[in-house]
Write a protein that binds this ligand. Structure first.
Ligand code: SAH
Length: 266
């Protein structure tokens, strides 16, 4: 068993943490949680003697010091991050510091907010003939984005895009998306605020209406922006479930005259 467990809390709803994550929270002696985003109700899973710290008030040094002190006393530590820790979780710097200190750690994945947003919207992010890729990114703000990953570069693909940490910048995002030529003012877009929380808000519109959606709803943080034609109505049926498609598990029946060209939508 490792000394420090990095645990994905999931997007918000308390029952969207994994069984493993729940078990680790129940066993922890010390929990350091990302207070700005983690649902505080999750801390109720902790035992009475567990000490909790909100990392929103701490520096990296302070977080590591807390971990080091707890481990030295033989305590089990949980570092609770929102969604899945591997996305915008700033875990790498913690892992490297723990490695240098010889403290063992492991990571328990979580349901990322982008999966929760897709669920709430009731969409499949990868639709045949529409987009088979999801670009997870952020718009450049106080944290820089490598030039090769600027929105204008990524927009070349016309793929499904999910923007984290960018709700305050939808005006310029909209301009960049449209000027790329691969998205238009009519491309479907959505804003999902606090997916799976009681305060959840879901706004559907287009790239052209993104600014208005953000402004009129007053959403300023904890939201994702999703863009792409997967949010629209047109797509091809999957090959996997097509009657003429053979797989390891199922023998397809070939229609007379060749390929199935099933289409759905308008
Ligand atoms: N590791 C997290 C992301 C952390 S970065 C994950 O996998 O989801 C924080 C950003 O994530 C927020 O600014 C927002 O863009 C997004 N976010 C986190 N929780 C969210 C939620 N419940 N609904 C919508 N967006 C969320």
């Amino acid at each position: 068993m490792s000394e420090v467990h990095f645990v994905g809390a999931g997007p918000g709803a308390v029952d969207l943490i994994t069984l493993r994550g729940k078990m680790l929270l129940e066993r922890a002696d010390v929990i350091i949680y990302t207070g700005s985003l983690v649902n505080p109700l999750l801390l109720e899973l902790a035992k009475k003697t567990c000490v909790t710290h909100n990392s929103a008030y701490l520096t990296l040094d302070a977080v590591i010091r807390l971990m080091e002190e707890a481990v030295a006393r033989g305590f089990e530590v949980v570092r609770l991050h929102t969604g899945d820790p591997s996305l915008y979780g700033a875990i790498r710097e913690q892992l490297d510091r723990l490695n240098r200190l010889g403290i063992s750690w492991d990571i328990c994945p979580g349901v990322s907010s982008f999966c929760a947003a897709a669920a709430v919207l009731g969409v499949e992010l990868t639709l045949p003939a529409v987009s088979q890729s999801v670009i997870i990114t952020r718009y450049e703000g106080r944290t820089g984005v490598p030039a090769a990953e600027s929105l204008t570069s990524l927009a070349v693909h016309g793929a499904t895009m999910v923007f984290f940490l960018s709700i305050g910048m939808v005006d310029t995002m909209r301009e960049d998306l449209i000027s790329s030529g691969n998205y238009s003012a009519d491309t479907p877009a959505a804003i999902v605020y606090k997916a799976t929380w009681a305060e959840q808000k879901v706004l559907r519109g287009t790239v052209g209406t993104l600014s208005e959606m953000a402004r009129s709803s007053g959403i300023k943080k904890t939201a994702l922006v999703l863009v792409g034609n997967v949010l629209g109505d047109d797509y091809d049926l999957s090959r996997l479930y097509a009657p003429d498609f053979s797989t390891e598990y199922r023998q397809g029946i070939l229609p007379q005259g060749g390929q199935d060209t099933a289409k759905e939508g308008a």
